[in-house]
Design a protein around this ligand. Sequence first.
Ligand code: FES
Length: 178
Amino acid sequence: MNEPAPAPKESVPTRRSFFGVLVGSISTVVGALMAVPLLRFALHPLFDSTSGTDWFPLGSPEEFGGADPVRAEVSFRKTDGWRVSQVKQTVWVTHDSSGQLRVLSGTCPHLGCVAVWRDDQKSFVCPCHKGTFAKDGERLAGPPPRGLDPLPVKVEGGKLWVKYQYFRQLVAQREVVG
Ligand code: FES
């Protein structure tokens, strides 16, 4: 006659296994809490916009009373993702159709080359793909999807000031990105 099979042993939680689970849980929670700031630090430049621009004095408004646009440069520290660099950007002080001072970004809205004023053509010309723009920045011809971008200006303390901005390229609708 066969003997009955022994009853399976019931697992009884021991004090040691309880502490093992407790320490494991605490480690997981602490690890997760520490990961949050590290992830934020590592990823924030990806979601942050290009930055670092401010107001720059360009000179007395009377200096820009001539018929042709005047080139000026602004220099600042630029933060782009993880990279911080000192950059110089070209701006053009010109006039709109009603004669008001207007400052244009020199950066072509096509692929970012610097547009230059051609006195012989009385227009801005981008040397890269021959985009052309009127004196007030309006697009005349070529691949750029819009005109040169006007920058915020103010007259304060007897000086003309400009706030440099970056705009999204290759789109018809003007959009500030930094
Ligand atoms: Fe200016 Fe292409 S970058 S026309």
